[in-house]
Design a protein around this ligand. Sequence first.
Ligand code: ABU
Length: 490
Amino acid sequence: LPVVNGNKAETNTENFLEEVFQILMEHIRKSNDRSNKILDFHHPDQILDAMDFSLPQKPQNLDQILVDCKDALKYQVKTAHPRFLNQLSQGLDIVSMAGEWLAATANTNMFTYKIAPVFIMMEHEVLKKMREIIGFPGGDSILAPGGSISNMYALLCARHKYFPDFKNKGASKDDTIAIYTSAQCHYSIKGACATLGLGTDNCFPVECDAKGKMDPNKLKEMILRHKEEGRMPFFVNCTAGTTGMGAFDPISDIADICQEHGIWLHVDAAWGGGLLMSDKYRPSRFEGVSRVDSVTWNPHKLLGTLLQCSTFHCKEKGLLLQCNRMSADYLFQQDKHYDVSYDTGDKVIQCGRHNDIFKFWLMWRAKGTEGMGAQMDRLMALTRYQVCRLQDSSNKFHLLNDEPECVNVCFWYIPERLRGKEMSKELMQELGKVTAKLKQKMMMAGTLMVGYQPLGDLPNFFRSIISNQATREEDIDFMLEEMDRLGHDL
Ligand code: ABU
């Protein structure tokens, strides 16, 4: 900061940053104090009145800048609050946050070893370790801006492998291909088909069983039928942890089918990937994962690394570079004096790339692989507790999945007027309406946040997620009581 009022630049800088630090600490304290609200909800027009968003012609002084910082956090939803059960990403891992602060201070781009030597080596180490956990003996990986882009990389690699001309010639005969994914997969698979010119019409949803898992027999039938029709099936996406129910598709059975038909198999473990760290849950959730061609895994979800940290892993080394290389000669000169294979920038579709690794590396060092496994087991134990508590109150809550495979607990809240009735289509519709109304009451009360969604034929239901390490059994008890307090007369 510049010299102001005769104070040295260094003193001004330190004083300013210490004030910012106090604001950040206050937010952390408030987020972890259960007596505080999660949010103070304002409609968009109200928030425009409450805070000054204008961009002034003249500079504002630092006192105003500190007020701006305070206001930004004042109106922000406290996603680290132990009763924020709304999103897959939640909590505030303190070591990971320290890593994010450090990464911001280092402020480097991640495209070349030249300007990010330490962080590039860290990426190398972390991604190698993640591939080992998945079961890829070699291969290649990259960090991407979110799970949707990671999933797109999977389709990009598969497209390049099966249609190498596509990179140069574009979409010329795209009506003969076929891509498969479960009907309950993340929408990014279809999105990637649109973005990559593969066509959403060529992306076929495969039926799921009652638990939300892809039915391999249905997949097989579709592949055979499409082959007879002259299509070329080339990509199957398995979801390991669906966004709604948290279901895991049977990877091993699907790998058998893909192997028989020579189809690329991707596992979207953006959500459920954290369970790869658990000796208890990995075998049942990820049987066969080492056989697949690529994996998406987002540490910023179940593992609790700060947003964002999304990884993509490809079994075949060199493919990412082949399909994305543009050889920009101002960045990726091949005659540099160091090993240019550490210039990772040409493997990705971005140029500028944020340092998303340090916060994950630091967190992993602080917990160890064992610590992260234990954290996963604890989240699953909390999920079990939640299921039991909901079962104990079955007059007030109707569970949709008695044995969740991940930390997704799906249920309806039943207000007094609808208790004791036989479940029917009409009742479900009514409970779906209650769900949206109760969510509104929750938001206005600011004491609890639980997400809701419809799924297939099911009308709106609550989907409670616990991925915050700060959440305890008492918060689950609170959730049940608070929902009943707010919703009994709906
Ligand atoms: N698939 C991105 C995260 C969605 C969620 O938090 O519910």
